[in-house]
Design a protein around this ligand. Structure first.
Ligand SMILES: [Zn+2]
Length: 415
C-alpha cells in the first residue's frame, strides 16, 4: 500500500507555483528566461535534503538527479521528467494559489477577477472531485499546474522512495527541463549525463490518462519573389508578393485541413506567420498529422497550391521548404511495448482506470523518444492549462505520485 501524503504534495505544489518561471519564445538564450532557474535551484536543494546527493542544475537550467538502485537485480535506469516553465500565453507572475477544501460541486469564483468562474458545466470533470480538495489561481494569472504538478508528483515520489528503502527499485533518474512550452525543452539536454534507458514525462491531464501517441510535426516556409517596378509605371510589369501570398492563403480550404476544422486523428496545415514587402513575402506554416506519410502529403499539397498560384504571375517565383519539428512517439514506443504496458499497470495499481490517449500536439516525450529514450506521458491531474481557470485536484496529483512509485516497483519486479 503506497500512501502519498496529500497535505504534503498540496503544500509542495503551492510552493512551486508561486515562483515565476514563464519562458519566452523570443529570447534566443538557454534557458529562455533566467527566472526558471529560481525554481530549479530550489528543487536541487530539496533533492539534497532528501539525501539525493548528486542532484545538480547545469548552466542551461536542467536539473539532473539519481536515486540509486537498491536491488541486486539488473533493472534498466528509468527517468521521470517534467518541465519547470509555464506558458507565455498567460501571466505567471505573482501566482496566488488557493486551496479549496472539501469541494462541494458548485461554481468557484476566483476572488481577484469575479468573471473567472470555474464551473462544472464547462469542466464536467470537476464533479469527480466533490469531497476532495482543489487548487486554483486567484483570477489574474495562470496556476502553473502545467507542469509544476508533474514536478510536485516526481518530487513527492522521490521523497517517498527515499523514506521507504524497503521498496525495491532500479536506478531512478530525475530530470526537470526548462523551456518546454516554447518547444526547446530538450535543446540542451545531455543524454549521456542523463543515462537512462526508458522515461516518462509527467505532463498529462485527467487521472488515469496515459498518452503514447503525439502528432508528427513539420514546419513549412513559402517565400514569394514578386516583380518590383515603380508603381506609377508598373502596368503589366509589377507582381506584388504580398498579394500573391494572400492569394495562397485564400486557396487554403476552410472546411477541412485546418485546425479549426479538424479533430481526433485528422491532420492539418496551419499558417502561423505572414510578413514581407511588395517585392518579397514569407509565409510560415505548421503541418501536423499522426501518420508520417500523410504528413508528407500535406507538404506536397501545400507546395502544389503555392506553385499553382505563383505560376499565374509572369516573372514571380516561389521557394518552398519543409523542416522537421518532431515525430509521433508511437513508432518508437511500439518497439518497446513494456514501457507503456508497465505504466498502464502502475495506473491500475494506483486504483485507477487507464485511458489511453493521442495528443494533438507534442511533448518533451516526442523528442526524447527519438533521442533514444522511449517516453510516454502520464497524467498529473492538471486542467484548463495555459489559462486563468487552470486547476488541479489534490487527490489526482497524489495518485500521479503514487503511480510513479508503482512504476519503479513494477520495473524491478519484471526485471
Ligand atoms: Zn506541459
Amino acid at each position: 500500500m503506497i500512501q502519498i501524503d496529500k497535505n504534503d504534495i498540496a503544500k509542495r505544489f503551492m510552493r512551486y507555483v508561486q515562483i515565476d518561471t514563464q519562458s519566452d519564445p523570443r529570447s534566443g538564450t538557454h534557458p529562455s528566461t533566467k527566472k526558471q532557474k529560481d525554481l530549479s535551484k530550489i528543487l536541487v536543494d530539496e533533492l539534497k535534503q532528501m539525501e539525493i546527493t548528486d542532484a545538480e542544475m547545469d548552466v542551461y537550467g536542467y536539473v539532473y538527479a539519481t536515486i540509486p538502485s537498491n536491488t541486486e537485480k539488473n533493472v534498466p535506469a528509468i527517468c521521470f521528467c517534467s518541465h519547470v516553465d509555464t506558458a507565455p500565453d498567460c501571466s505567471g507572475a505573482n501566482v496566488k494559489p488557493i486551496l479549496h477544501e472539501n469541494y462541494d460541486g458548485e461554481d468557484i469564483f476566483l476572488p481577484e477577477d469575479k468573471t473567472q468562474v470555474l464551473s462544472p458545466v464547462v469542466y464536467p470533470y470537476l464533479k469527480t472531485q466533490i469531497g476532495g480538495d482543489i487548487i486554483t489561481a486567484s483570477g489574474k494569472t495562470l496556476l502553473g499546474a502545467d507542469d509544476k504538478s508533474g514536478v510536485a508528483a516526481i518530487m513527492e515520489a522521490a521523497d517517498y522512495l527515499m523514506k521507504h528503502p524497503e521498496i525495491k527499485h532500479g536506478k531512478i533518474k530525475i530530470l526537470f527541463t526548462p523551456d518546454e512550452e516554447i518547444g526547446e525543452g530538450t535543446a540542451k539536454l545531455d543524454m549521456q549525463k542523463l543515462g537512462a534507458q526508458f522515461g516518462y514525462t509527467l505532463d498529462g491531464g485527467e487521472a488515469g490518462s496515459l498518452e503514447d501517441e503525439t502528432f508528427s510535426a513539420d514546419g513549412a516556409r513559402i517565400i514569394i519573389n514578386g516583380v518590383i517596378s515603380h508603381p506609377g509605371y508598373a502596368k503589366n510589369k509589377l507582381v506584388n508578393a504580398l498579394k500573391v501570398g494572400a492569394e495562397i492563403l485564400h486557396c487554403l480550404p476552410t472546411n477541412e485541413w485546418a485546425p479549426e476544422a479538424t479533430e481526433k486523428k485528422e491532420g492539418f496545415v496551419h499558417p502561423v506567420r505572414f510578413e514581407g514587402i511588395a517585392e518579397r513575402a514569407t509565409l510560415e506554416f505548421i503541418l501536423r498529422d499522426f501518420n508520417d506519410d500523410k504528413l508528407k502529403q500535406h507538404g506536397e499539397r501545400l507546395k502544389k497550391i503555392a506553385e499553382d498560384v505563383v505560376n499565374h504571375y509572369k516573372g514571380a517565383s516561389v521557394e518552398f521548404s519543409i523542416y522537421e519539428q518532431y515525430r509521433n512517439m508511437k513508432k518508437i514506443l511500439d518497439k518497446n511495448p513494456q514501457v507503456v504496458v508497465y505504466a498502464a499497470e502502475a495506473i491500475n495499481r494506483a486504483g485507477l482506470e487507464v485511458t489511453t490517449e493521442s495528443i494533438r500536439g507534442g511533448t518533451d516525450g516526442s523528442r526524447l523518444s527519438y533521442m533514444g529514450l522511449p517516453c510516454p506521458n502520464i497524467f498529473t491531474g492538471m486542467h484548463g492549462i495555459h489559462s486563468k481557470l487552470e486547476w488541479i485536484g489534490v487527490n489526482d496529483m497524489a495518485k500521479s505520485a503514487e503511480t510513479i512509485v508503482h512504476l519503479c516497483m513494477i520495473w524491478e519486479e519484471k526485471s
